[in-house]
Design a protein around this ligand. Structure first.
Ligand code: PMP
Length: 415
């Protein structure tokens, strides 16, 4: 059937190609299509809905705020909603983790956070070059795209993307470790003509790049190397942050704190656009107006973001519940991987999935799962990984049901 989506919307659309339904309502881990069909959501707005759809604990304060006549849009002016968010973020997230990072609102979405991080690193160091990793994904605007390691995405730029180099991510050589010896050597060889980088930008789990999860020791090694050579370390926690790996920041168990951190997606908690760039206080060399924009600090997003931190991150209870879901998910993924020769579990926490050796398999499984009412994405340079990103608030029953659909889909597709 041809409709306005086909006739008027640009061909650039992605998700609606694999999911033709018109989604009308959503609640928790379920989306409801216009034709009445229900879909269990293992995609969660690409990680923007860690607390589920229309979470009532966030919706109520939002509705109260909107009905109260409080300020909705205020660029970067001071508002009580912004004050409450900053106070809560400091008290609930930064202080307990011994962090004194400054907070910047770089724009509405993930790529804005990355752009600000790259600009700041260059401004602080006076150097231009940025190191990033094979299969990395950092966003679709020119700066973030230049550090993205995906040739399909890069070719949309239309101009050469310069001033960055891709180096091998952990485990790039199939089980062999990509250690930092060669990098160390190059950095120490001042006569080599290699430009010293301003920063290294890394995802702890490559969400779009195939759910490659770096070992925590490798990440710590990277941090040590950056420190030794006075190179800034940026962790892009846009997808892996806000609890997705089981801790609020995905690097928390690795024994280091990055110089600069990018957050977005679930930081508003409700799917409202919001991004943060965090940096060590001594890196705050911005001059007023050097990085501005209309939609920074959207007050409704401050309200739901504050409610999310207060509801879920003040004590350990939520983290324990998430830990139980992580164990359940990984058990299910082992069962899914066991259905196909050569398949293996990828990822960390609730950012995990299964790699299939035949590059067609993951797409076929996702398509079959869609028919059975499950939304699940693929990931990786050849879409060879089935990627699961259920809400952190998903129930054990919903998780089991979705895993059941996937295992059934895998045996239909491969059997
Ligand atoms: N960084 C990472 C790690 C991401 O996964 C994404 C989005 N998938 C981005 C940056 C860009 O975020 P946005 O799409 O909101 O610009």
């Amino acid at each position: 059937m041809t409709d306005i989506f086909e006739t008027l919307e640009s061909e650039v659309r992605g998700y609606c190609r694999s999911w033709p339904a018109v989604f009308e309502r959503s609640q928790g881990s379920t989306m409801y299509a216009e034709d009445g069909k229900e879909y269990l959501d293992f995609f969660s707005g690409a990680g923007a809905l860690n607390y589920g759809h229309n979470n009532p604990l966030l919706l109520e304060p939002l509705l109260d705020y909107l009905r109260s006549g409080a300020v909705v849009h205020s660029l970067d002016m001071k508002t009580p909603a912004k004050r409450r968010f900053l106070e809560t973020f400091q008290e609930v997230i930064l202080k307990p983790r011994g962090m004194d990072h400054k907070v910047m609102f770089p724009g509405p979405t993930g790529t804005n956070s990355v752009e600000a991080a790259l600009k700041l690193a260059r401004k602080v160091t006076g150097r231009q070059h940025i190191l990033s990793f094979t299969n990395a994904f950092h966003g679709m605007t020119l700066g973030s795209l230049s550090v993205t390691g995906n040739s399909m995405k890069r070719k949309g730029a239309g101009i050469p993307l310069t001033n960055s180099s891709k180096i091998p991510y952990d485990d790039y050589f199939d089980g062999e470790t990509a250690d930092f010896l060669w990098l160390e050597r190059v950095l120490e060889d001042s006569g080599s003509g290699v430009d010293k980088p301003a920063a290294v930008i890394v995802e702890t789990v490559q969400g779009e790049g195939g759910l490659n999860a770096a070992r925590l020791t490798w990440l710590k090694g990277l941090s040590d190397l950056c420190k030794k050579h006075d190179i800034l370390l940026i962790v892009d926690d846009v997808q892996a942050g806000c609890g997705r790996t089981g801790t609020f920041f995905s690097f928390e168990d690795a024994g280091f704190t990055p110089d600069i951190i990018c957050l977005s997606k679930s930081i508003s908690g409700f799917g409202l656009p919001m991004a943060l760039t965090l940096f060590r206080p001594e890196l705050d060399v911005w001059e007023p107006g050097e990085h501005n924009g209309t939609f920074r600090g959207h007050n409704p997003a401050f309200v739901t973001g504050t409610a999310a931190l207060n509801t879920y991150w003040r004590d350990d209870a939520f983290q324990q519940q998430v830990a139980a879901r992580i164990a359940q998910l990984h058990d299910g993924l082992e069962r899914l991987a066991a259905t196909v020769e050569g398949a293996s579990v990828r990822g960390r926490g609730l950012l995990a999935g299964v790699f299939f050796p035949d590059t067609e398999t993951a797409g076929k499984i996702a398509a079959a799962a869609y028919e059975q009412g499950l939304l699940v994405e693929t990931s990786g340079p050849e879409s060879e990984v089935v990627k699961l990103m259920p809400a952190l608030t998903i129930t054990a029953e919903e998780l089991e049901r979705g895993l059941g659909i996937l295992i059934e889909a895998a045996s239909t597709v491969t059997g």
